[in-house]
Design a protein around this ligand. Structure first.
Ligand code: CAO
Length: 260
């Protein structure tokens, strides 16, 4: 039995091991590689970004109803060759929010002397590609339906996998979204991509206990959304109101189809 086995002479501390114990050691030389390609672009943008006096605002967004909606349309979309995730809904909700709070879809010159309110919602999507972080852009989101956004996102994700982005795919962004939640993490502080003035990031969705209107505990699927903005141009109230509007649409996803 187990007790006798534990007392057996083979397990005694002074018993000589029959096989010498080895800790394998891997010998590796240091490696220096040049910074190039997308990483070089990241060095430039991120260094510029550090000069921006930014602030971050975060809130919980319940995606329970969105998850149900997505589940209901997923198969139909697949039949039309479109994979639909949470992202197209968030992108559409953000664009609707930008219509109401255009200061978040603006750009500033390097000395912050002029603000340009952009007419198009060209939304950059932070993407983990085979060559590293890229931010391809979905153009004119204000004119696209959720399914059209999904198609464009699918196309860009294939380009990311194959490394076939066009120059136009990678330029002209006016606002950005990073869904790091695909990988993990609950909270995140997104980094603005100058000359843009705002970006939002999504954390991982988690099912958590929350109160409903009758104070009953219910399971809610929650994503934490964080928005970072250039505080020289955007005030906290604009960002908070924008996130409130995004939250309202995601938590009541039928609103996304009403174009209110
Ligand atoms: N929490 C939990 N699951 C999530 C999620 C989240 N926030 N977002 C997506 N998922 C799920 C999707 O629903 C999908 O599930 P199914 O396979 O069951 O359909 C799965 O994760 C994979 O999603 P996806 O990657 O295919 O699609 P997406 O549209 O959600 O995201 C993209 C697309 C391009 C944003 C994502 O693939 C990506 O590259 N994210 C990384 C972004 C990044 O690197 N940000 C950091 C920038 S700063 O360094």
């Amino acid at each position: 039995d187990v007790l006798n086995f534990l007392k057996s002479p083979e397990l005694k501390a002074d018993a000589a091991p029959s096989v010498p114990v080895h800790t394998p050691k891997t010998v590796q030389a240091d490696r220096t590689v040049p910074v190039k390609g997308f990483q070089k672009a990241m060095v430039k943008t991120m260094t510029e970004s550090l000069k921006i006096p930014d602030f971050v605002y975060s809130d919980e967004v319940a995606v329970t109803k969105l998850a149900q909606l997505r589940q209901a349309v997923k198969e139909e979309c697949l039949k039309s060759g479109v994979k639909i995730s949470y992202m197209p809904f968030f992108i559409k909700a953000a664009s609707n929010g930008l219509l109401k709070y255009p200061v978040l879809n603006a750009s500033v010159d390097s000395n912050c002397e002029n603000i340009t309110y952009k007419s198009s919602h060209n939304i950059g999507i932070a993407m983990d590609t085979k060559v590293g972080l890229a931010v391809p852009v979905i153009k004119n989101v204000q004119d696209l339906s959720v399914i059209e956004i999904a198609k464009e996102l699918n196309r860009l994700m294939i380009s990311g996998k194959e490394g076939t982005f066009s120059a136009s795919d990678l330029t002209g962004g006016t606002f950005a979204i990073s869904n790091i939640g695909v990988i993990g993490g609950t909270y995140t502080k997104p980094v603005i991509l100058p000359p843009q003035v705002a970006i939002i990031a999504l954390g991982t969705s988690r099912v958590l206990p929350r109160f409903d209107a009758d104070m009953k505990v219910i399971p809610e699927e929650i994503i934490c959304v964080s928005g970072a903005a250039d505080h020289r141009v955007v005030d906290g109230v604009s960002m908070a109101s924008f996130i409130n509007l995004l939250k309202k649409q995601i938590e009541n996803p039928y609103l996304l189809f009403l174009n209110l």
